[in-house]
Design a protein around this ligand. Structure first.
Ligand code: SF4
Ligand code: SF4
Length: 253
C-alpha cells in the first residue's frame, strides 16, 4: 500500500516545533514506516510542494504573503494540521496584536517600502484546519497521537480538561495555593503532563484555553494574589491572546 505523503511547512515561528519532530529520533523511524515525508526543508527533504495527504503547519500567519501561501498549502493538503501555539492561535507573535502594525514596523525597520505585516493569527483565521497539536513547543506523544489517528481516520484522543487535572494526577503540591505562585493551570488545556508545575514552575498557558475555562474568575484571583491589572493582562496575552477565553481573562472586549 502506498504510504501517505506528508509535508511540514514553516510560517512565522522559531522552528521549535519542527525541532521537536526531529528530536523524536526512535519514534520518527517508526513513523517513517507509515508515512512518506516528501517536504520538510528543516530536515533537508524537498521533493516539491505536493499534493500531500497530511500537511503540518508550524508558525503564525503575519504577512500578506503568508495569507496567500497558507491558502495555497490548504489547496494541496487533504488533511491540514496546526502544529504548535503559533499555528493554533498566534502564539508569542500575537502579543504584537496589542499595538498597531505600523507602530511596530517603525521600531524594527528603517525602510518600510517592502514591509507588509499583518496581525499575527493562527492559521484557522484564513483556512479550515482539521486537527490541532497545541503547545510551545508541541508534546511529542500528542504529535504521534494525531499522526496515528489521522492515518486510522479516527478522532485523536486529546484532553479537554485543564493542566490542573494532570498536575493533581501527578500528585504535585499546588504551587499556586501553597506558595502563591500565580499559575495559568486552571484555565489551560492539558496534554503536556503538567510539565512546568511538575518542575516547580508556574504554567504560562502555552497550550491555550482548556474546554470551558473560567478565565474572569482566574483573573480576579490573580488580582487577589497581588498582581496588577497590567500583569494579569500580560499573563493572558502571552500565548493565546487572540482566543475568546483568554481575551476575557485579559479584560479585552
Ligand atoms: S500548580 Fe498550577 S497546574 Fe498545578 S494544581 Fe496548582 S494551579 Fe493547577
Ligand atoms: S505547564 Fe503550561 S506552560 Fe508548561 S508546557 Fe504545560 S501548558 Fe505549557
Amino acid at each position: 500500500m502506498k504510504k501517505p505523503s506528508v509535508g511540514v511547512f514553516k510560517f512565522t515561528s522559531d522552528g521549535g516545533c519542527q525541532l521537536q519532530i526531529l528530536n523524536m529520533e526512535r519514534e520518527l523511524f517508526d513513523l517513517l514506516n507509515l508515512i512518506n515525508i516528501t517536504y520538510f526543508p528543516m530536515a533537508g527533504v524537498d521533493s516539491g510542494e505536493g499534493p500531500f495527504d497530511i500537511g503540518f503547519v508550524e508558525g503564525a500567519v503575519t504577512s500578506t504573503d503568508e495569507i496567500i501561501r497558507i491558502k495555497e498549502i490548504r489547496e494541496k493538503c487533504r488533511i491540514l494540521v496546526a502544529l504548535g501555539a503559533c499555528a493554533c492561535y498566534g502564539g508569542i507573535a500575537s502579543i504584537k496584536n496589542q499595538k498597531t502594525q505600523r507602530e511596530l514596523e517603525e521600531k524594527v525597520y528603517t525602510d518600510l517600502t517592502a514591509v507588509h505585516s499583518t496581525k499575527a493569527f493562527g492559521i484557522d483565521q484564513y483556512v479550515k484546519v482539521d486537527a490541532y497539536v497545541r503547545g510551545c513547543p508541541i508534546d511529542k506523544n500528542e504529535f504521534i497521537e494525531v499522526v496515528k489517528s489521522t492515518l486510522l481516520q479516527i478522532k485523536p484522543n486529546l484532553r479537554p480538561h485543564s493542566v490542573c487535572v494532570e498536575c493533581k494526577l501527578r500528585e504535585n503540591p499546588c504551587i499556586f495555593l501553597i506558595e502563591g505562585e500565580v499559575c495559568m493551570g486552571p484555565v489551560t488545556s492539558a496534554g503536556c503532563g503538567a510539565l512546568c508545575p511538575s518542575r516547580h514552575r508556574a504554567c504560562e498557558g502555552c497550550r491555550g484555553p482548556a474546554s470551558d475555562p473560567n478565565t474572569p474568575s482566574l483573573a480576579r484571583t490573580m488580582l487577589e494574589y497581588g498582581l496588577t491589572p497590567e500583569e494579569v493582562r500580560l499573563k493572558f496575552i502571552k500565548y493565546a491572546g487572540e482566543t475568546q477565553a483568554f481575551k476575557e481573562g485579559a479584560g479585552i472586549k
